[in-house]
Design a protein around this ligand. Sequence first.
Ligand code: NAP
Length: 484
Amino acid sequence: MSTTESGKTLVTLIPGDGIGPEVAFSAQRIVDATGAPIEWDLQRAGAEVFKQGLPSGVTPETIESIKRSRVVLKGPLETPVGFGEKSANVTLRKLFETYANIRPARELPGVTTPYTGRGIDLVVVRENVEDLYAGIEHMQTPGVAQCLKLISRKGCEKIVRLAFEFARSEGRTSVACATKSNIMKLTEGMLKRTFEEIALEYPEIEAWHVIVDNCAHQLVKRPEQFDVIVTTNMNGDILSDLTSGLVGGLGFAPSANLGSDVAIFEAVHGSAPKYAGKDTINPTAMVGAAVMMLRHLGMFEQASAVENALLATLESGVATRDVVGDDAAVGTTAFTDAVIGNLGKRAASFREREYRPIQMPSFDPSPVRVVPSRRAVVGVDVFVESALQPGELGPEIERLAEGSALRLKVVTNRGTQVYPSTGTLTDCVDSYPCRFVPAAGGEVSDADILDLLNRVAAEHTWNHVEKLYSFDGEPAFTKAQGED
Ligand code: NAP
């Protein structure tokens, strides 16, 4: 955090696009009315910046401001079609390695939902930079696309530690880890295993695992059983939209993107362009994000003042059109004025938590190398592009490998063994991973692989090669369906 000459804390304020300025300035006005010692540095990102020809959607001045302040309150940013390639949101998230996305969902007074009275009060802690959202995609053939689901031990450790530290900071007593480790044993399984190890360091917090699809089911059936949920990026994206829906929807969903150096606070919703400038939208999500920001800055008193005033306003029935419809609604400005007028009041039906600063886990920024005591290359997968039937391709590949150090073990298609045939009715596409193992046992050398590739390339197009490792005697790859 950075302190200005006037002794205030510097915060970069990005109003954003569409309804962004309305919600951002609403939150700013309410925070200022508490007397919080904040100096705002107004900066630009989003549609306007894309139109200027900056493909990242973020100006160098904005980046410099964030480097100084390390704290951002950000309105939604549009990703315009036709300008630039990347989302300015993703640019900011990646530039500043905000690896954790924290999304609370709590029943709010005055906001009636099918779950009213159930006492929902949970937080999704979503990994924010890895997984399928690392955006590493390739076309294997013109008809077969792949996306790499990248999960690292370091990434898992960061998000799990942060989830437990977050739980501690809010006095929460349970952390559930939601994964699909029953299917993706190496990637999703890595989060589960890391969670189980690190949980031992937090004995006062109940730690449990739930398969992510059941987690979605349980969230709809009995959401009150959850406290903190930690999960991978895509699971968290989906689950946290679900949890927002349980407590009133996007107009009420705040979020924090936390990293070791920088924290970005924002509403979950987008720029809702059709409402831009109409003074009708609900600023609650953005005001909630500002409350999270104030706590991050250690301004607990002001955070509590804003939260209580906001909830007292909602409880009194003052609400925007998304809550009460057009006839009974107040506009964004009037709602903001009502919150400011309620500073000092409390909602009767709301129990406030006790908050402590989050002890942000510290990590070595250098690349982490996980070193096994033994490692070996025990085979290789070569992906071959072919329109042949498996029963024709398999013998051809066996013939090409004849006399080499490797023998064809199995040909698969979309994860299922298709050669030698096991009798399954696989609808094959034109990318066939062919798995080779040493013909005479032992390990596989790079020279063996290069020789094999030359042989295969003589008659076929190959598009991808993957070494098969064993680490500490354990296979570091999965088997295809049907493979022994
Ligand atoms: P959106 O802007 O979130 O709007 C979807 C709908 O949600 C709105 O039409 C409205 O529903 C409701 N809504 C959203 N915010 C509201 C608020 N504050 N008060 C009341 N209702 C609200 O989603 P989108 O239309 O898919 O996305 C628009 C743009 O935003 C896109 O360019 C997208 O890339 C961007 N986006 C940015 C972020 C971000 O910056 N973090 C996040 C998501 C999307 P009704 O129509 O039912 O009234």
